[in-house]
Design a protein around this ligand. Structure first.
Ligand code: DX5
Ligand code: ZN
Length: 216
């Protein structure tokens, strides 16, 4: 479970991060948007750096930015544990993955809903995680795109059939209690949730989702 702080109440960010941990989350999903790869601008290094001492949650940094290679060292320094960049944003995805691994961090590659899932196959050997966007990246609270189930299944089969069964599949966008079971059944094993966690009591929402997760 990776709560996405994009949906958090930023005036109480420290408390909300603690509530995620207390509710049983293992990751904290951190959405960085540059206003170019996606039209929105979210937050960047200073925010990540300032929350790093507040928690030992695994920082799962989702870069929705152009030219990710330029920033790998900086995101490493401010405390990222997993750095996920977009396949569509990288000129040379292998070079970005190498930079992340050379910095001692885990590498994720993400694809937008419109990118054929097969496009990521050639990079499976350099991924610790593949992030399938199940909404158009940019903001929280959108509806899960139903066609995503087939994409998750196709990717899981490819990974299993080609000796990459250790690669995690993360799903991001529109995750709710109602679709969690189907998402996991399709083959995802890391789940991002923004509005489903932060619109009510954070600790309770995380507890409910992690319990559902554990049951499946
Ligand atoms: C969207 C972000 C997501 C977002 C998910 O571009 O990548 O992480 O916060 O929010 P929900 O869970 O509300 O769809
Ligand atoms: Zn995200």
């Amino acid at each position: 479970m990776a709560p996405s702080i994009l949906a958090a109440d930023f005036k109480n960010l420290g408390q909300q991060i603690k509530a995620c941990k207390d509710g049983g989350a293992e990751y904290l999903h951190i959405d960085v948007m540059d206003g170019v790869f996606v039209p929105q601008i979210s937050f960047g290094m200073p925010v990540i750096k300032s929350i790093r001492p507040a928690t030992d949650l695994i920082f799962d940094v989702h870069l929705m930015i152009v030219d990710p290679l330029r920033y790998i060292d900086e995101f490493t320094r401010c405390g990222a544990d997993i750095i996920t960049f977009h396949l569509e944003a990288a000129e040379d995805p292998r070079a970005v993955a190498d930079a992340i691994h050379n910095a001692g961090k885990k590498c994720g590659i993400s694809i937008r809903p419109g990118t054929p899932v097969e496009d990521v196959f050639p990079y499976a050997d350099v991924c610790d995680m593949i992030l399938i966007m199940t909404v158009e990246p940019g903001f929280g609270g959108q509806k899960f795109i139903e066609a995503s189930y087939d994409r998750i299944r196709t990717l899981r089969k490819y990974l299993d059939d080609n000796g990459h069964d250790n690669v995690d599949i993360e799903v991001d966008g529109g995750v709710r209690r109602e679709n969690l079971e189907s998402i996991l059944a399709a083959g995802a094993n890391v789940i991002v949730a923004g509005s489903a966690v932060f619109s009510g009591d954070v600790k309770t929402d995380v507890e409910i989702l992690t319990a559902d997760f554990a049951r499946v």
